[in-house]
Design a binder for this molecule. Structure first.
Ligand code: FMN
Length: 180
């Protein structure tokens, strides 16, 4: 079992959103959380595109998410929404896969004009899966250097990212103390 599951929904080989997610995973590990990082690229594509919700690999991941204390999901903006491959995966998860789970949604985009894609596209689908959405983060390509270990090169968004992560940690910890 893993405390936090991080899911990257970018199909790109060298992904900006994935670099941000990996950085968040590093920060969480420093706070002594166990983190499992899953990339859509590593999952069985055929199972996803054939809608095989009973695929053992998909069921394993769904179980991992169901047992996690928190979930972070990231996606690039594609045509004003999150990536289609991420949707194809979310479609075959159980309907309540995120029940009682704090969720930190993250999107990266080339343009500030799609800032609200996180509100209108990603958050609604996560809420449908019963996730408890935090505010989330939208980062512009110009604010990311995907080749750096700490990829957020804009001080303001870095500050906001750390603040959101801290808030996420507090909610995860509070939730865990209520369960015990
Ligand atoms: C197919 C495609 C569609 C895109 N559509 C948009 C878009 O509608 N709005 C936007 O702001 N950026 C758009 N972008 C830019 C990406 O969202 C942006 O570069 C993102 O950071 C890429 O993330 P990744 O490297 O994790 O895949 C698009 C990029 C691609 C490849």
């Amino acid at each position: 079992m893993s405390d936090i599951v991080v899911l990257s929904g970018s199909p790109s080989e060298f992904s900006r959103s994935d670099s941000v997610l990996k950085y968040l995973g590093t920060l969480l590990k420093r706070e002594h959380f166990t983190v499992t990082h899953i990339s859509i690229k590593d999952l069985p594509h055929e199972d996803i595109f054939q809608g095989k919700f009973d695929s053992p690999a998909i069921q394993d991941i769904a179980r991992l998410i169901q047992n996690a204390k928190g979930f972070i999901v990231g996606s690039p903006v594609y045509k004003g929404a999150y990536s289609g491959v991420l949707k194809a995966l979310l479609d075959i998860f159980p309907q309540d896969v995120l029940k009682h789970t704090p969720v930190l949604p993250i999107m990266t985009g080339g343009s500030p004009s799609h800032l609200l894609a996180i509100e209108y596209t990603l958050k609604p689908v996560l809420a449908t899966l019963k996730g408890h959405n935090l505010k989330g983060l939208y980062l512009l390509d110009s604010q990311i250097d995907k080749y750096k270990e700490q990829p957020i090169i804009d001080d303001d968004i870095l500050h906001r990212t750390k603040k959101q992560l801290q808030y996420f940690i507090e909610i995860v910890n509070n939730q865990a103390s209520h369960v015990v």
